[in-house]
Design a protein around this ligand. Sequence first.
Ligand code: NIG
Ligand code: FE
Length: 413
Amino acid sequence: MSNHLTIVNACIVTPQGRTARKGKEMNELLTIPCGTVEVTDGIITYVGESRPCDGEATDHEVLDAKGKVLLPGFVDSHTHLVFGGFRPDEFIWRLNGESYMSIMQRGGGIANTVSATRRCSFDELKEKAERFIDTMSRMGVTTVEGKSGYGLNRDTELKQLEVMQAINRSPHRKVDISTTFLGAHALPAEYKGRSDEYIDFLIKEMLPLVRQKQLAEHCDIFCEEGVFTVEQSRRLLKAAQEAGFGAKIHADEIVSFGGAELAGELKALSADHLLHASDEGIRSMAENNVVATLLPLTAFTLREPYARGREMIDRGCAVALATDLNPGSCCSGSIPLTFALACIYMKLTVAEAITALTLNGAAAIGRAERIGSIEQGKQGDFVLLDADTPNFLPYYTGMNAVQVTIKEGRILK
Ligand code: NIG
Ligand code: FE
């Protein structure tokens, strides 16, 4: 038996297309002030103006949107949502003036979470990730990217990825998780002074294993002064692309380091953070269709300057927004605050921010053909706002304007 959902009287607001929207295109949204959407077996089968007969068929579940705004489900395309422990002390040390990198260099930071994650059981990690997912789902997220990177050894990296795949297999899941192998998140203590050997281990042992087990779609690296070099990043990401992974990169987060340029050279799916991306890096991302993924919550919590979002769009980039939810630099998955910071401080328009959190987020994880806009043939993932204008997204600052989230035609409670 097939499942139907019909949403009537919705103010449909959506980007359009099956690829990232670049530059000026990011501001172009389709608006249908009184629209109907039909979903059959999880896929959108009709989008258009509401007709008098819409919603009358008795075998359809009908949702009357009463004129409120219906958007594509949000795509949070950069998170580290599977991890053990928390690091609230480090947050306070940073408030007192210590830097993110100095905490990392004296053995805290990512290494702290690695120890906690290695100790956690599969079930503990899964339950914790599911609690985050519940919260994110209530804020309208229907697809989330999740990275490994808190194992830094064979078994724990696999455990993190397997947790995400187990969540994906649940028929009642609230989000789909797009998984990324981030074995190169930091150098594990076991490889101190031997970072090239660690990259060799990732290339020779981990990439083939992760591929063979089909545990991750993408490969990412923390390319940063004091972590992994541009050359090491190039070597790992090239090998990953050859093995069939999409390439992503933590680029220019703490200093300007050439990460954005490398992303352009490799035609990576995305370069993320970009607080200190150079002009040349921005040009290279625009030219090579790399999605510039901006994470304003991280800049906010680290008290760093925001990435140059306005300029990136004006120079023709496709910009995505994501939360970076993680236990260290940014322990927040707040979509409402992400919207507010993007519009207030990075000077994106509301339409651009919507494109960035939907279609461009989808493109950043290679899923723009399936999700990210309200169009026939795409997955029936939506957010219904408790508002009749999308301007509520930044205006209702840091508060949740979502009335209901719909995943593949299922109204989530
Ligand atoms: O995206 N910069 C590297 N990775 C994360 C932080 C990870 C952590 O501190 O645990 C980030 O900011
Ligand atoms: Fe990150």
